[in-house]
Write a protein of this length. Structure first.
Length: 619
């Protein structure tokens, strides 16, 4: 064994004691006739290599080549450097050397290699000591795609630098291509989330604070969790293909628990069937309109605390809440009790699926989740969306014209349905497809299968098409469903002796308000110090120390997370700070003025709304 290999192996075993035995690493034997990797010297004397005649590194200067790749890193935005293979390891060594002394601000280094023999080759040639000393270091070796993805959920092409050299990843080209697609989807998801937050944050805040008393008055959706293991669940989305299912809806309800998303409710009721559950999550006014002039006395409405307030006027059997996605609701839930988490994938149908899964359903059927435009239609006839279009139609703006506008406005893509026929879809829907592929795959591992009852829908990997006739051959489960609802009612939090009282809720409300007032006081104090520094009326060093102490108190404030909802996103803040001269000795003070100003703006918005809705919530 050579000394470099011995040293690297020892360091690897010390740093990753659980990983080393699993990998059973062995020194790479470059002398074998059948080995893929051949070592040779570059023009400058450094070691380089060929794989099937293809050079892994520069034939002239491998180290400088690596420097060139890493010079593209934007240190202000990069939270991780992700290596899709790394050849003999010049680039990881340089990255570790470059960021080793950055402390907590250093980006993570993530080394991904599908074939452990390539890692063995690298550890046999170059000294990796600086890499193993790096604090934020992760090896993903010999991992399946889904396992690698599970370790990268928070990274995308915006916050990570992707080191991807074609020759170095050629041996596992498809594997790395799929991981790159995963990060691309994460990027799109992050962009959608940020754009949505920027657009709707103030609406979410108003809604959630106006509706805050419902957190006390409504049960949580978690009372149903785990009770439906022997029940099929059917989710009704509002795609055009739902029309083929509606005539059989009564029989479907006898054989499964039916969940209708808000957009499909009108069509369900028009077909003469009240679903078991209705789910609405979007806080926008126009989504609340899906329930306009409707009632479903036997249905249970599932919603989020921040939905448009008129949703709570809907006449139904009961309203239950899922855990709030927003900080103000989460603050109150920590005091009152958690309502039950439902994952959101950008579409109400994702939340409906997650509810079915949380209930323990072994079979989940989906109808009308087309994620495309079969027959060049956008929604099922009779949905509230469709009805609205017809009400607004006139000679100059017809329903057909509006439908075509929808088809042409979202970046049209041609894909396939479950029969292999062409289906028009778009980029946004591809994100939903990706969510369902991953979610259904996870469900399959837990024995929870998902099926599509509509073959006209976009084909989704891990979700099989199931013929409706097969489904209708199932026995009636009405008695089992009654038992399901009866058990859930026994678990009602509101009926428990230790449930939050009205007086306790009032105390929580006032405590939340006081915490925000304390945060406002800290922000005001900090802003006064900043102005003092800008006017040269104090020692900058002492002022920065005082600001540091205030920052520590803000970080520990129980209300800071609530304020984050209407605090600028990273991109918005970047724009606000764009005019700050980073080379100026006053740069940190100028930046602080902007940040504290935005904090006070956010806190004041909260306090004004809490005062406005005080009577509604706690009188």
């Amino acid at each position: 064994m050579n000394s470099i290999w011995n040293k690297n192996l020892k360091l690897f075993e010390q740093r990753f004691p659980a990983l080393a035995p699993i990998l059973s690493l062995k020194e790479y034997d470059f002398s074998r006739d059948d080995c893929e990797i051949k070592i040779q010297a570059a023009k400058n004397g450094q070691t380089t290599a060929l794989v099937k005649g293809l050079p892994l590194h520069s034939k002239y200067d491998p180290l400088r080549e690596a420097e060139s790749y890493l010079s593209k890193i934007d240190e202000n935005k990069t939270e991780a450097i992700i290596f899709f293979s790394f050849g003999l390891g010049y680039a990881p060594l340089l990255a570790a050397r470059k960021f080793l002394n950055k402390g907590k601000d250093c980006p993570a280094i993530i080394l991904i290699e599908k074939d452990k023999h390539y890692l063995e080759a690298a550890l046999s040639v170059l000294d990796f000591e600086e890499v193993f000393k790096y604090e934020k270091l992760l090896f993903i070796i010999d991992a399946e795609e889904k396992d690698a993805e599970s370790l990268l959920p928070h990274f995308n092409k915006e916050n990570a630098f992707i080191y991807s050299v074609p020759s170095q990843k050629e041996h596992a080209k498809e594997y790395f291509s799929n991981l790159e697609s995963f990060l691309e989807k994460n990027t799109k998801k992050e962009e959608i989330n940020n754009a949505t937050l920027e657009k709707f944050a103030h609406l979410w805040l108003r809604n959630s604070l106006k509706n805050i008393h419902w957190l006390y008055e409504c049960d949580g959706v978690k009372k149903y969790f785990g009770l439906g293991a022997d029940l099929p669940f059917t989710i009704l989305a509002a795609g055009p293909s739902l029309k083929k299912i509606l005539p059989f809806l009564k029989e479907i309800k006898e054989r499964s628990v039916v969940i209708a998303v808000d957009t499909s409710l009108h069509a369900c009721l028009k077909a003469g069937v009240e679903p078991d559950f209705i789910i609405i999550m979007d806080p926008q006014y126009y989504c609340a309109r899906h329930l306009d002039f409707l009632s479903s006395p036997s249905s249970i409405l599932i919603c989020e605390n921040a939905v448009y307030p008129s949703v709570f006027n809907f006449k139904c059997r009961e309203k239950v809440l899922c855990t709030s996605m927003f900080p103000s609701g989460q603050y109150f839930e920590r005091k009152i009790g958690i309502k039950g988490i439902l994952k959101a994938g950008g579409s109400v149908t994702t939340s409906a699926w997650d509810f079915a899964r949380a209930c323990g359903a072994k079979e989940i059927y989906i109808a009308g989740m087309d994620l495309g435009y079969p027959g060049k239609e956008t929604h099922v006839r009779g949905s509230q969306f469709e009805e609205k279009i017809h009400c607004l139609s006139n000679r100059f703006s017809t329903a057909e014209k509006d439908n075509i506008t929808s088809l042409l406005s979202a970046g049209k893509i041609l894909d396939k349905d479950y029969e292999g026929n062409d289906l028009i879809t778009d980029e946004k829907m591809s994100v939903f497809r990706w969510w369902f592929e991953k979610a259904a795959e996870s469900g399959n591992l837990d024995g929870q299968k998902t099926y599509s009852l509509t073959k006209e829908s976009l084909f989704i990997k891990n979700i099989e098409f199931q013929n409706l006739n097969y489904f209708l051959s199932k026995p009636s489960i009405i008695d089992k469903k009654n038992n399901f609802f009866s058990k859930a009612e026994q678990l009602s939090e509101k009926k428990q002796k230790d449930y939050c009282s009205r007086e306790q809720f009032k105390e929580i409300y006032l405590s939340f308000e006081n915490n925000l007032k304390e945060l406002k006081s800290l922000g005001t104090e900090a802003l006064a110090l900043v102005k003092k520094a800008e006017n040269n009326k104090g020692n900058i060093y002492e002022i920065n120390q005082a600001l540091g102490q205030i920052d520590s108190k803000i970080i520990n404030s129980s209300a800071k997370d609530a304020a984050s909802l209407v605090f600028p996103t990273a991109k918005q803040l970047e724009k606000l700070l764009a005019d700050v001269d980073k080379n100026s000795p006053m740069a940190s003070i100028q930046s602080s003025r902007i940040i504290y100003g935005q904090l006070l703006k956010a806190v004041n918005e909260y306090l004004q709304l809490l005062e406005r809705y005080r009577k509604l919530n706690i009188s």
